[in-house]
Design a protein around this ligand. Structure first.
Ligand code: P6P
Length: 336
């Protein structure tokens, strides 16, 4: 049972036995993410002071300008995960293809693959708005002893064994699940220790916050337009409040605490939306469902989708259960 002010390290050890697979490997994996989070946090917190912000002059596989901090965060998480000799493969938003980790696993005995968005919301870095890291962990499905393959990464979200995020905000937090609820840990930067500050996080079933980039309104499907107008009309506990930070992790985190819905729908500009299924939507969906929330592509459960490509995008509706279900009603009623 989670006890407030427990350290992340104590929590991992205490809950290790409840995890159906572990011989400690997953614990070591979460610990490596904890270490990388502290290292990246240190750089994020001083991004304004050194010449580390601003585009690195290259673009990533998504065609987006790569900020130097994107590159740094990507390198740190990959290095830390590789060094611990626990994973057999890593996929990252910043890498065109998956990385086979066999530098220390030449016999391919490691059982886990990790998918990461090393610094989500990076366009906010040089305007001092919070950003985040998102991670998703699976057990490999191809035989141990053979090289990892793309099939190990293209698993449905409901096969995840763990998922979480780091939010580099007014404080730095790690929020994660191993399938037994969601717990949040806040970093005490003075001593570099994460403490359990938000045990058993739960989405309120209802909320009064909707998060969507309304600048895309004219490009949205009719069902999304109708739902946004529903949020804005004078009726009962509406109009709702519009809050959109432009960082999925931050909008999700606020909505999980206060109640709300985050939407990144498809549009005439983005036929499958913008967010990536494997390292953004699936991990956030796992967290949402573990916190009594819901995650949908507007018509069905995100974690039931069978991935076909590493960087594929899907429409994303996530948050308080009743709000997501209401949005789904509009999507179904006005589907084109
Ligand atoms: P837009 C950041 O790039 C991100 O992936 C999410 O974190 C964020 O919610 C969204 O894209 C913002 O996209 O098109 O509204 O600027």
């Amino acid at each position: 049972m989670a006890k407030k002010n427990q350290t992340l390290g104590e929590f991992i050890i205490e809950n290790q036995a409840s995890f159906k697979y572990t011989s400690g490997e997953l614990s070591r994996l979460i610990n490596s993410i904890r270490l990388a989070a502290k290292v990246v946090n240190h750089e994020v917190n001083k991004a304004g002071l050194v010449d580390i912000i601003g585009a690195a002059g290259e673009t990533n596989v998504q065609g987006e300008d790569q900020q130097k901090l994107d590159v740094y965060a990507n390198e740190k998480f990959i290095q830390t995960l590789t060094k611990r000799n626990i994973v057999c493969g890593i996929a990252s938003e910043e890498e065109d293809d998956f990385i086979e980790v066999n530098s220390q696993d030449e016999n391919h005995q490691n059982k886990y693959v990790v998918l990461i968005d090393p610094l989500d919301g990076s366009s906010n870095i040089d305007v001092n708005v919070s950003v985040g890291t998102i991670f998703s962990i699976y057990r490999r499905v191809t035989p141990v002893g053979t090289p990892v393959t793309i099939e190990d990464f293209l698993q449905k979200g409901n096969e995840q064994v763990a998922a979480g995020y780091v939010v580099y905000g007014t404080s730095t937090m790690i929020v994660y699940t191993t399938g037994d609820g969601v717990n949040g840990f806040t970093l005490n930067p003075a001593i570099g220790t994460f403490y359990l500050s938000h045990p058993n996080m739960q989405f309120p079933e209802d909320g009064k916050i909707y998060s969507v980039n309304e600048g895309n309104y004219i490009h949205f499907p009719l069902g999304v337009k109708k739902y946004i107008k529903y949020c804005q009309e004078e009726e009962g506990d509406r109009p709702y409040t519009s809050r959109y930070i432009g960082s999925l992790v931050s909008d999700f985190h606020r909505n999980m605490i206060k109640g709300g819905i985050y939407m990144y729908p498809k549009s005439s500009k983005n036929s499958n939306g913008k967010l990536r299924l494997l390292y953004e939507c699936n991990p956030m969906a796992f967290l949402a469902e573990q916190a009594n929330g819901k995650a949908s592509d507007g018509f069905g459960r995100i974690m039931d989708l069978k991935p076909t490509e590493l960087h594929q995008r899907v429409p994303f509706f996530c948050g308080s259960k009743n709000m997501v279900e209401k949005a789904e009603e509009f999507m179904k009623e006005f589907s084109e």
